[in-house]
Design a protein around this ligand. Sequence first.
Ligand code: DAT
Ligand code: MG
Length: 132
Amino acid sequence: MDRTFVMVKPDGYARGLVGRIVARFEEKGFKLVDAKVMQLSREHAEHHYEHLRAKVFFDELVDFIVSGPIFAMVWEGKDAIKNARSLIGATNPSDALAGTIRGDFAIDVASNIIHGSDSIESAEREIKLFFQ
Ligand code: DAT
Ligand code: MG
């Protein structure tokens, strides 16, 4: 069984989408391993998105992710990273299919309500970063 890191971003938290997002992961067959509400520091956010530091949208991304509480989760299941990314949908909600979380609940890439790890290495790194 693999584990992946998932986070409801400040827009999803503020819009009251945590419960519906948790339900989708449970309905899919994932098991919730750990979860907590957090307010990220700038340092934590920059560390999490370190690989995107060179992007033009990096400062905007960090401003957004520290703008309010987030809901951090660890989910366990078969092919957890791939299955979670399928539930989440494409990065740009304009490309995300209906039935995916971003396809159903988001419209703008800069506020796409949810994060999911993209590899086994990033899942391990992110679980450590958020849950020690
Ligand atoms: P994902 O979150 O699907 O793994 P990513 O890791 O490439 O996508 O990017 C991280 C986040 O950065 C993404 O969820 C939203 C933001 N982002 C990506 N591309 C962007 C863009 N062109 N403009 C603004 N924000 C962007
Ligand atoms: Mg990513």
